[in-house]
Design a protein around this ligand. Structure first.
Ligand code: TYD
Ligand code: MG
Length: 463
């Protein structure tokens, strides 16, 4: 017998409440509780037994599905694992549908795939496919639908589908649930049905999820726990490139990124992102330092820019774009207390050029170098890269993968590297193609490496 009850569900974290309230008890968010109807079913089936096996044994493993879009394949950990469920999240309009249409069409050259759109009509998807120049042949099945039961039924009829894209999970609905599509109950129930189907048929399911304005997937943490892989598609609207980032992967490394560029014919791969991010780098300006970073398994060089200007405010401004503002304050404090530099009467702006977001603490040294260079108005010696974590004692700590960072820098024509004194655990790097390797134990030593003469040569710009 089914019994219907009402509950109030937080649309951010999915916590249930018996009564309505302004604030969610689970995550503290305000005004996110929505009334949802729940049907409670009494289980009538008898439990069936579970078969135990040993941990060692032969299990059939199918090879991963390679889409040939190598930026996508790498983020998935070297292709898509059969029967796995992927969640691709991102802001509306960032290019999720475009990416997945290209992915599904590429894969459909070899295996039967389906693309289900709950947002666009078939004609619209076809128009887009035409513009992208993708075909997919007879292996690609396209439909516009929103009812999960109908979709599973249709997939059953086709019988052989190996990958299905559901665009988007927020438009899907199960009729037995009364809440509107996009609510936590619907999103969770639809995802559950689709995931069960995926595991049962050994079919890959790719769920597209929109991100709310707070920056989380709507119906969010619940979904992240349910799927095998979570990929975020990010990018600034004003820039043409997009970054696909893996934040969870049961079958591969996380923090892996794939870089794409949005063109008028869809997304094209960017195999050498460092060159893209360093495109406009100007070497004789003060306040610019190149960070030799790692994104997952791939080294990426980015430019860090700092501007230090006299302040007219009682509490000087500290602004960071693409980097953590708290970490900027920490580096400034270390520079003041341990290196004797004064930023107290200055506004400080920090920017990661190209709109990239950096989370690695290894960027500390590059940030410090950019700040010193901006404060003293001396440009950093040309063709230099920096990497190292800065501690509160003013020490510079070694970071992992020094060798890969140096190799990438050498490949792009850099000749000087500034980094921490290597430790045995992190691996002692050779020069890896650098002309000089400036190792340091304390941040204050960086001051000795930089030229002392202020940069006074004013440049006139002709318009
Ligand atoms: P879309 O894939 O619809 O975004 P999402 O599914 O994440 O909401 O992408 C929409 C944007 O991409 C839109 O602003 C137009 C742009 N775009 C291009 O620049 N070139 C193209 O070839 C395509 C198909 C889209
Ligand atoms: Mg879309």
């Amino acid at each position: 017998m089914a019994k219907t009850t009402v509950r109030f569900v937080c649309q951010d974290c999915g916590t249930w409440h018996a009564k309505w309230g302004g604030k969610c008890e689970g995550c503290g968010a305000w005004n996110r509780l929505v009334e949802e109807q729940v049907e409670r079913k009494r289980s009538s089936s008898r439990p069936s037994s579970v078969e135990f096996v040993g941990i060692v044994g032969e299990s059939a493993t199918e090879p991963r599905k390679i889409t040939q879009i190598s930026e996508f394949d790498r983020v998935c950990g070297g292709g898509i694992v059969p029967g796995s469920v992927l969640l691709v999240g991102g802001d509306p309009g960032i290019g999720k549908s475009t990416l997945l249409l290209q992915v599904v069409a590429a894969l459909a050259r070899h295996v039967p795939c389906a693309y289900i759109s709950g947002e666009e009509a078939v004609a619209q998807v076809r128009l887009r496919a035409q513009r992208l120049g993708v075909e997919g042949g007879s292996h690609l099945h396209l439909a516009s639908a929103t009812k999960v039961a109908d979709i599973l039924n249709a997939l059953d009829e086709l019988g052989n589908i190996e990958l299905v894209v559901i665009d988007s999970i927020q438009t899907m609905a199960i009729e037995a649930i009364e809440s509107a599509p996009g609510t936590v109950s619907q999103v969770r129930a639809c995802a559950h049905e689709l995931i069960t189907a995926a595991k049962k048929r050994n079919m890959v399911v790719v769920l597209v999820g929109h991100v709310t304005k707070e920056g989380v997937l709507a119906g969010p943490r619940v979904l992240e726990h349910m799927v095998d892989t979570v990929l975020y598609f990010e990018g600034e609207r004003n820039y043409h490139y997009r970054i696909l980032r893996s934040v969870k992967n049961r079958y591969g490394a996380t923090d892996e990124i794939g870089v794409f560029e949005m063109t008028d014919r869809g997304l094209s791969e960017v195999p050498n992102p460092s060159a893209l991010f360093l495109n406009d780098h100007n070497q004789d300006v003060s306040g610019s330092a190149i960070f030799a970073g790692m994104e997952g398994t791939r080294p990426i060089l980015t430019e860090i820019q700092a501007l230090v200007a006299p302040t007219y405010l009682a509490s000087p401004r500290r602004t960071a774009v693409g980097w953590d503002a708290g970490r900027l304050s920490m580096i400034l404090a270390v520079l003041e207390s341990r290196c004797g530099l004064v930023f107290g009467n200055k506004d400080v702006y920090l920017n990661v050029a190209g709109g990239l977001k950096i989370t690695e603490p290894a960027a500390d040294l590059a940030v410090a170098a950019a700040l010193i260079s901006a404060l003293l108005n001396v440009p950093i010696p040309a063709q230099s890269v920096f990497f190292g974590e800065v501690g509160l004692a003013g020490e510079v700590r070694a970071v992992s993968q020094a060798e890969n960072r140096l190799k990438e820098a050498a490949k792009l024509g850099f000749v000087r590297a500034y980094c921490a004194l290597p430790t045995q655990q992190k691996g002692v790097p050779g020069k890896e193609g650098m002309e000089s390797l400036h190792v340091m134990k304390y941040l204050i030593e960086l001051l000795d490496f930089l030229p002392k003469v202020p940069h006074t040569k004013a440049k006139s710009i002709a318009f």
